[in-house]
Design a protein around this ligand. Structure first.
Ligand SMILES: NC(=O)c1ccc[n+]([C@@H]2O[C@H](COP(=O)([O-])OP(=O)(O)OC[C@H]3O[C@@H](n4cnc5c(N)ncnc54)[C@H](O)[C@@H]3O)[C@@H](O)[C@H]2O)c1
Ligand SMILES: [Zn+2]
Length: 361
């Protein structure tokens, strides 16, 4: 399988199963030959991904493994402190490099720890979940959660390189793959009608060539982040589905029996925000139905009590992407085209939640 190489904001993204060789040549080059290499894993990536990485890259130099328990609840200052201590005890210095081998929690946390240790050491991302391959590992946003607020502390800091090896998806549970798939759907909707036509012709379960989809999806994310690395405007296109998605995600944790995954919440957000796009931004009824049909055949329906809609609206007001008291949306004008900073009437947002709620009753 071919290797794809994309240039991002000062670093390269390599995609393909032969990328193991590229990781090896990157790490044995002169710059790192003498320096300490650290690999950050959680218990799952230690079990499923680390042996595969190590046996494929066969490094001549010693490698230090740092492990943290998996889960968003460990993306914290406390974990960062532990990792900074381990780096210190193991003699990490400014010439050391940290490799983040894992999902978005590992790349957010590891990127943050590396970028703040001794004013910043180099780091690489080797994402192992679909979500981190197409989203979290690219774009330079790193950080941790604080007091229940997601990504409250962090910075923009780019990796030295990103190595995407689709083979790692072999051990990823299906619900985790579906989680990343919502972002793939989003990428196609906001920017590329051909890509949408391609993916919407197939059910999620029938996808066998992940490399092709990852290539396509990253190209879109990479386009927006390189044009607007600090998210001052244009990059907000990538927030489509996320204004309502984030509120639904928080709601499901506070009131549901068990929380929705980020991807499931974004899928709901995409349906509601497509409805708003239809009413507010000219998305045709036909395209709205197309989106609705594809998402509902790939994601389960979720029920929220209509009495909680006010609470959801409240959560949206608190979204850090909103300015003053307006609810700010990225909307579709048609599939493949989007507009940012659309201020939407609260009544229409409520209506979109009702639309979703009443879909299958
Ligand atoms: N920085 C960004 O731009 C950005 C963008 C999107 C999301 N994120 C962040 O990403 C995080 C979510 O990422 P995620 O969904 O990858 O979650 P995650 O890192 O928690 O990984 C999900 C689970 O899959 C396991 N796992 C990882 N790779 C595996 C493999 N190959 N085989 C078997 N199990 C494997 C992990 O151990 C974990 O239990 C959130 O914290 C979110 O805020 C960041
Ligand atoms: Zn997302």
């Amino acid at each position: 399988m071919e290797q794809t190489i994309l240039n991002s904001d000062g670093y390269s993204i390599f995609i393909g199963n032969t990328v193991f060789d590229t990781v090896r040549s990157y790490l044995i080059q002169y710059e790192f030959k003498e320096n300490k290499i650290f690999i950050l894993v959680d218990e799952n990536t230690r079990k499923y991904c680390l042996p595969r990485l190590m046996s494929n890259i066969q490094l001549p130099q010693e490698v230090h493994i740092l492990e943290t328990p998996s889960g968003e609840e460990f993306k914290t200052l406390d974990t960062s402190h532990k990792l900074w201590s381990e780096l210190t005890i193991n003699g990490a210095d400014r010439s050391s490099i940290l490799i983040n081998l894992g999902g978005g929690v590992i790349s957010d946390l590891g990127g943050f720890v590396a970028s703040s240790f001794k004013r910043g050491i180099k780091y690489l991302n080797i994402p192992t979940t679909l979500l981190s391959m197409v989203d979290a590992s690219i774009g330079g946003k790193v950080g941790i959660d604080m007091d229940g607020l997601k990504n409250q502390i962090g910075m923009f800091s780019n990796p030295q390189a990103v190595f995407i090896i689709p083979e790692f998806l072999d051990t990823l549970p299906e619900f985790q793959k579906r989680n990343g798939y919502a972002e793939i759907i989003k990428h196609s909707l906001v920017y590329d009608k051909n890509y949408w036509d391609e993916i919407s012709g197939k059910s999620f379960k029938d996808i066998d060539n992940w490399k092709e989809i990852i290539d396509w999806s990253i190209e879109i994310k990479n386009y927006f982040v390189t044009e607007d690395p600090l998210e001052t405007g244009f990059r907000k296109v990538l927030n489509f589905g996320h204004t309502i998605g984030h509120a639904v995600e928080s709601y499901s944790f506070q009131f549901g029996d068990e929380g929705l995954s980020h991807g499931e919440a974004v899928a709901i957000g995409i349906i509601c925000e497509s409805y708003i796009s239809h009413k507010h931004a000219g998305l045709s009824e036909g395209e709205l139905s197309e989106i609705l049909l594809y998402i509902s055949s790939n994601f389960d329906h979720y029920t929220f009590h209509p009495g909680y809609f006010e609470h959801l609206l409240e959560l949206m007001h608190h979204d850090k992407k909103n300015i003053a008291n307006n609810i700010n949306f990225t909307l579709l004008t048609n599939i493949g085209n989007s507009i940012i900073n659309e201020v939407v009437d609260i009544a229409l947002v409520r209506e979109s939640l009702m639309y979703y709620q009443n879909l299958f009753v």
